[in-house]
Write a protein that binds this ligand. Structure first.
Ligand code: NAD
Ligand code: UD1
Length: 340
């Protein structure tokens, strides 16, 4: 059985669905600080399988010991953590406590239970402002904010852990920009309050929840002056976790992979793709650059293809069509959705 921490969240719920469809058994551990239980009910409805879950915090060592002793867990996919860059600058201690201390408590409990296989959610943010693109896994790492630093610290801790005990099997997955939703439109990203990220914001403008998109910067050294990113469909990302876990059944040590498509799209290209998918206009206006943003960020995904046999299947069109379906079926996310 696979323990999925943060399994009720955006990427977690899509991964749980993929795991269940592949015939795996899962147990979700989530404190629901940024998730709604409906996501798990819907995964259950979509797969026709129960989704067992425990409400609790990864920082609760006694709870983790109970979980590991009561269930036959052989591996962990670790999504649980806080992820808002701006908030991390305001509340660094919360971020280090959840993301770094939380992972320490989790790995210690895994060690006590002799469960030494983990897939960790890292981020392309660990590359800081890369000297060139596409970005390969051996590029230098850097952090520019507490969120990014927490991801880098965990990566380093996991490296040290593997050196200390060769039984550990660890995969570090560096996600580029996850977007989209399951193509049923039943599960998707449900940000709290005003979205920080581009695609949820664009989607809320299209549905009429927000008036106008602020495009942060039109003077970058890119084709149209707006920032370029590697958007990846969350279902492709979910599949990457399955393949990383499978790889760990055959290999020990630490294995780090970029999960991206290798293609970069500008903010304006995303807006256009969304307008096409939704057949709605997305009003936007230019604003100054957002602090901490970079001009270009996209992956070289060759390592994941060569080693895991993983590549992203879905293009930007499908990412936007699926986001729009989710948005239309759930105009206000999970909270007051009319779907059961
Ligand atoms: P999310 O907020 O939707 O999911 C995180 C889940 O973890 C939520 O369900 C939340 O309730 C839970 N959680 C948080 N702290 C917890 C704790 N202490 N104990 C138990 N549960 C806890 O975020 P997501 O987008 O699904 O991201 C999943 C992971 O991927 C995170 O670690 C995030 O940093 C990383 N990541 C996300 C992105 C992205 O753009 N979404 C990009 C790169 C990396
Ligand atoms: C952000 C985080 C990154 C995190 C990632 C996924 C920052 C600086 N970086 O990445 O650490 O891993 O989210 O959660 O916050 N944009 C607009 N208007 C908006 C929102 C975004 O123009 O309202 C632009 C941005 O300037 C950027 C692009 O859209 O060029 C993508 O932004 P976003 O979705 O926030 O992702 P990142 O900044 O790449």
């Amino acid at each position: 059985m696979i323990l999925v921490t943060g399994g009720a969240g955006y990427i977690g719920s899509h991964t749980v669905l993929t795991l269940l469809e592949a015939g795996q058994d899962v147990l979700v551990l989530d404190n629901f600080c940024n998730a709604n239980k409906k996501s798990l009910e819907r995964v259950s409805a979509l797969t026709g399988r129960e989704v067992p879950w425990v409400e609790g915090d990864i920082r609760d060592a006694a709870l983790l010991d109970d979980v590991f002793s009561q269930h036959e867990i052989d591996s962990v996919i670790h999504f649980a953590g806080l992820k808002a860059v701006g908030e991390s600058v305001q509340k660094p201690l919360d971020y280090f406590d959840n993301n770094v201390n939380g992972t320490l408590v989790l790995c210690s409990a895994m060690s006590r239970a002799d469960v030494k296989k983990i897939v960790f959610s890292s981020s392309a943010t660990v590359y800081g402002d890369p000297a060139s693109v596409p970005i390969r896994e051996n590029f230098p790492t850097a952090a520019t904010n507490p969120y990014g630093r927490s991801k880098l610290m965990v990566e380093e801790i996991l490296q040290d852990l593997a050196v200390s005990d060769p039984q550990w099997r660890i995969s570090v997955l560096r996600y580029f920009n996850p977007v989209g939703a399951h193509d049923s439109g039943m599960i998707g990203e449900d940000p709290n309050g005003i979205p920080n990220n581009l695609v949820p914001f664009v989607s809320q403008v299209a549905i009429g929840r927000r008036e106008v998109l602020s495009v942060f910067g039109n003077d970058y050294d890119t084709t149209d002056g707006t920032g370029v990113r590697d958007y990846i469909h969350v279902t492709d990302l979910a599949k990457g976790h399955l393949m990383a876990l499978d790889y760990l059944s055959r290999h020990d040590g630490v294995h780090t992979f970029n999960l991206g498509t290798g293609k970069g799209y500008s903010v304006l290209e995303v807006v256009q793709a969304f307008e096409k998918a939704s057949d709605r206009k997305v009003a936007y206006e230019f604003h100054p650059r957002r602090a901490g943003d970079i001009a270009r960020c996209y992956a070289d995904p060759a390592h994941a293809e060569e080693v895991l046999g993983w590549t992203a299947e879905f293009d930007i069109e499908k990412m936007m069509v699926d986001t729009w379906r989710w948005q239309q079926k759930n105009p206000n996310g999970y909270s007051d959705s009319t779907l059961s």
